[in-house]
Design a protein around this ligand. Structure first.
Ligand SMILES: *Cc1c(COP(=O)(O)O)cnc(C)c1O
Length: 370
């Protein structure tokens, strides 16, 4: 029996185990800004920028899933910001991935650097060899997005701790089902739940999880004081999405593995990047630190035209930015100026029936021309 499977089942039944006879099974959406508060202020619920019972319900399940205290945010970037802004002070140095989610670097350059925080960057695949002395935070995203390079989380955690730094892992691409950074030694996990955790492309959301009480106190204060708080309705949507996360993620990984193995043999395809392929340079590492290999595949076609014709030619893969949803989507990442080949397609594999999805992709590839 896999203890993580037991944990996922306990998450699924978290609320059902707490219901008494006649109580609604599902969590309520509390749209309120205030709470009854006579006399001296007391209790968890005093003002709605500080706490909301709909948040509490989701935070309890996410804490069980992450096996660590968890706080929710109205977007992935709000979760990212809560960690950076609550932990860094003038003179501190932070290492960010040069090939990770670009808005994290933009936020640091635009808002942290002017306050005297020093920024360094390095590629994900090189962080194992990067000197970490003098850093306050080492920030890692693995697999990196969009290049799908890996960093060895156990090794980086050890080196970061030896240097006196905190290791923060952006776990968006894998979700808590697919990768458990805190168990590999990371201090903090951030996630854009806009992607796989909610999975239905209908809510922006994020969370931060950590077993470090001091870090979480800072993150909580930042949210309460600066007001980056989620709406009750979005919180409820994510709660609902979470119930099928394990099911969706497992279908997406299966679909992605099958597609990657077929794509790599297709004459129209120049290269395929997927951690589940033995040809991935860090495949052995992927096996040792990931549960499943994720829903993202990097596909290199001949040029920009071929990539656009491929995407447009698919019936069940739609052109969109973002990933991790139930619908397959794809985009040419060079259209955002990212340092990838013009014909590089980031393919976010969804939950379509596997045979139908492959036939669609194969037909679109045939029509691409050579
Ligand atoms: C999307 C994303 C974010 C930002 O999340 P939002 O919910 O869009 O604010 C951060 N990190 C990664 C890896 C992402 O993919």
């Amino acid at each position: 029996m896999d203890p993580l499977d037991t944990r996922f089942a306990d998450c699924l039944h978290y609320a059902t185990h707490r219901r008494r006879t006649g109580e609604p099974f599902e969590t309520a959406i509390f749209n309120t800004t205030i709470y009854a508060l006579p006399g001296e202020p007391q209790g968890a619920y005093q003002y709605a920028r500080w706490a909301n019972p709909t948040w509490t319900a989701l935070e309890e399940v996410l804490s069980l899933l992450e096996d660590a205290e968890t706080l929710i945010f109205p977007s992935g970037m709000a979760a990212v910001a809560s960690v950076l802004y609550s932990q860094l002070r003038p003179g501190d140095q932070v290492l960010l991935p040069s090939d990770g989610y670009y808005t994290v670097r933009t936020a640091a350059e635009k808002f942290l650097a002017p306050f005297g925080v020093r920024l360094r960057t390095c590629p994900t695949a090189a962080v194992e060899r990067e000197p970490l002395d003098g850093l306050k935070i080492v920030w890692v995203e693995t697999p990196s997005n969009p290049g799908l390079d890996l960093a060895d989380l156990r090794a980086v955690a050890q080196r970061a701790h030896a240097a006196g730094a905190l290791l923060v892992v952006d776990n968006t691409t894998m979700t808590p089902i697919g990768q458990r950074p805190l168990e590999l030694g990371a201090d903090v996990v951030v996630s854009s739940d806009t992607k796989g955790v909610n999975g239905h492309s209908d809510a922006l959301f994020g969370h931060v999880a950590s077993r470090n009480a001091e870090v979480m106190a800072g993150v909580r204060d930042w949210r309460r004081i600066c007001g980056a708080i989620p709406g009750a309705f979005e919180t409820w949507l994510v709660q609902r999405g979470l119930d099928t996360l394990e099911l969706r993620f497992s279908r997406m990984c299966d679909n992605a593995q099958q597609l990657a193995e077929r794509l790599i043999q297709h004459p129209k395809v120049r290269a395929v990047r997927y951690p589940g392929l033995t040809s991935h340079p860090a495949h052995a590492l992927a096996r040792s630190q990931m549960r499943g290999f994720g829903a993202l595949i990097g596909i290199t076609l001949a040029d920009a035209g071929a990539a656009e014709r491929f995407i447009d030619g698919c019936r069940y893969v739609r052109s969109a930015t973002s990933f991790g949803g139930v619908h397959s989507s794809a985009e040419r990442r060079a259209r955002w100026g990212e340092a990838v080949a013009d014909g590089y397609v980031r393919f976010s594999v969804g939950c379509e029936p596997p045979g139908t999805l492959w036939r669609d992709v194969e037909r679109a590839l045939e029509a691409v021309g050579s």
